[in-house]
Write a protein that binds this ligand. Structure first.
Ligand code: NA7
Length: 532
């Protein structure tokens, strides 16, 4: 006997949880399948020390329930992972979600059966049947390890930050290596440096990191935040990335050198992504404007690192500020002023192999007790590639996306009826203060379901022409930015994986434009979708 449902949702992170809540309202019979042993998604897996929001906590929390907003209290302006995971658990309990969730259940594939218009969802233990398959698999769910010879030979402790153990990891007095200096590495490194005997950081390409400016939320602030949620979310809805930081309408080239410098200085000292997202409007689109801000951040880095030669290694010269994800840090650069911390520049001395005792580069052999891999993810599309998703006539999604994702609005794929991809490629959610876009995505998908129920439709499928137009529009949007000028996970580049087509995976047109496009489509009777 196969378990039969109206909807199977893959993933019990925030998007899967909220989708469950919304579809219950339609009286649907739903099963959520989750690989972890609890809810939380990203916050369940990424338990490494230092993991925390880069979004202001009160701009990140779910906004759909006024009661939830009043009941939950964030303790810091940028909440740390343990608190955020508790928050996910709090939502699950409040809305009694776990009765519809199967934990420790990994979906390995899903096949569409055209004759019966059903999806067969395959897990390691059994097969579920459903009419609608909704993926809520997150953006960073498939960690990638570096391709280094001997990686399994190391006899000490080794952890990937995205597969951090549930027990505490002790760094005290140990010789610790961290590989990777992206958003994750930059969070974990200062934490390790606090107690490690020695810390050796292996850096390939340096990033432009900004001070996070985290601090506890005072009682007065708490009351103020709770009284201003409508205003906070309205502000988020008005900005490109759904953060509190909206861009300055002026061009960086239209002001005097003094004014520009003063603006950069003010934004640098503000908490969060202010300098990235609240800057002059052309810093991310015009090379000259971008050069100004890049140079500003380079100067800031050199001011914070005592040793000039070391500072030079930490300063990016190969790309412009904000063209890759900007890591947010708390005392990151100052770590390199400590005697027990070393930076190894892999551009000068690349890895040769990992040994039983540690790491060999072309310049030196190192012995370690613990290696931390902060080496990133098969971002956005990795989870889709990891599942054997087959649509009409057995067509495989991974083949269809071989040359880059093809979607309509980032939520549907031609040839894959009744498959809905929350937070999928070419969807604004992947480039957004994510819960803000999750709410938009989930509500839009729920409205689509309600529409289908009202009309008596049982199948929805994006038209090929509509998807092609969406891909073209997405390409036009990113071409207006400087993002394609450098390699990053934004551009589907991950050197730890077989080479893939260089293509932009997210949606660069901004969340307000994306929402408007989605709303226009629904208001016009779901143009671009075929129903049956
Ligand atoms: P990222 O941003 O992809 O960073 C991964 C880091 O690991 C980055 O510094 C990489 O260097 C480095 N890396 C990866 N593979 C290697 C090898 N083989 N050798 C040396 N260094 C390597 O992942 P994060 O986890 O930091 O952040 C992911 C997202 O999570 C982030 O953007 C947030 O939105 C949340 P590289 O830059 O490729 O030279």
């Amino acid at each position: 006997m196969r378990d039969k449902y109206d909807v199977v949702i893959v993933g019990a992170g925030l998007s899967g949880m909220y989708q469950l809540i919304k579809l219950r309202e339609l009286g649907m019979n739903i099963r959520v399948l989750e690989m972890g042993s609890d809810v939380g998604g990203t916050w369940y897996w990424n338990r490494y020390p230092g993991a925390r929001f880069d979004s202001e906590s009160y701009s990140y929390g779910m906004s759909f329930s006024k009661e939830l907003l009043q009941e939950w209290e964030w303790s810091e302006h940028f909440s740390a992972q343990p608190e955020t995971l508790r928050y996910c658990g709090f939502i699950s309990e409040k809305f009694d979600l776990s009765r519809d969730i199967e934990f420790n259940t990994r979906v390995t594939g899903a096949h569409y059966e055209e004759a019966r218009n059903i999806w067969q969802v395959i897990t390691e233990d059994k097969i579920y049947e459903c009419r609608f398959l909704i993926t809520a698999v997150g953006v960073f769910s498939v960690p990638t390890w570096p391709e280094i010879e001997g990686i399994n030979d190391f006899q000490g402790e080794a952890w990937h930050t995205a597969r951090w153990p549930h027990h505490p990891v002790d760094f005290f007095g140990k010789r610790v290596a961290v590989i990777g200096t992206g958003a994750t590495g930059v969070q974990v490194i200062p934490e390790v440096a606090k107690t490690a005997g020695t810390l050796t950081v292996f850096q390939r390409r340096p990033n432009y990191c900004l001070p996070l400016g985290n601090r506890p939320i005072t009682e007065e602030e708490q009351a103020d935040i709770k009284g201003r949620y409508d205003e906070i979310f309205a502000q988020c809805a008005s900005t490109t990335g759904s953060f509190l930081h909206g861009s300055d309408p002026r061009s960086a080239l239209s002001v005097s050198d003094e004014e520009r410098e003063a603006t950069f200085g003010r934004l640098y000292n503000m908490p969060g992504f202010a300098l990235w997202l609240g800057n002059f409007r052309d810093c991310g689109t015009d090379q000259e404007a971008n050069d100004f801000v890049s140079e500003f951040v380079r100067r800031k880095i050199s001011e914070r690192v005592n040793d000039l030669e070391l500072a030079e290694k930490l300063i990016p010269l190969d790309h412009g500020f904000g063209t890759r994800r900007v890591p947010m840090e708390s005392g990151y650069y100052e770590v390199y002023n400590k005697d027990n911390v070393r930076l190894i520049d892999l551009m000068a001395t690349p890895f040769q192999r990992i040994t039983k005792a540690g790491i060999e580069t072309t310049g030196e052999n190192f012995d370690f007790d613990l290696i931390i891999y902060a080496t990133g993810f098969d971002a956005i599309v990795g989870s889709f590639r990891n599942m054997d998703i087959q649509g009409r006539k057995g067509a495989k999604l991974k083949d269809y996306w071989e040359d880059g994702p093809v979607t309509y609005l980032g939520v549907q794929v031609p040839g894959f009826p009744n498959l809905l991809t929350l937070v999928g490629p070419q969807n604004a959610s992947t480039f957004c203060n994510i819960p803000r876009c999750i709410e938009q995505n989930v509500e839009w998908v729920s409205d689509l379901m309600a529409h289908m129920m009202a009309q008596g439709y049982e199948r929805v499928e994006a038209a090929q022409t509509a998807a092609e137009a969406w891909v073209e529009h997405s390409e036009q949007m990113v071409a207006m930015t400087l993002i394609p000028n450098t390699d990053s996970w934004f551009m589907n580049v991950n050197q730890n994986l077989p080479e893939k087509k260089r293509t932009f995976l997210a949606y660069a047109g901004g969340a307000p434009r994306y929402k408007q496009k989605c709303d226009e489509v629904s208001a016009a009777g779901y143009t671009g979708f075929d129903f049956a």
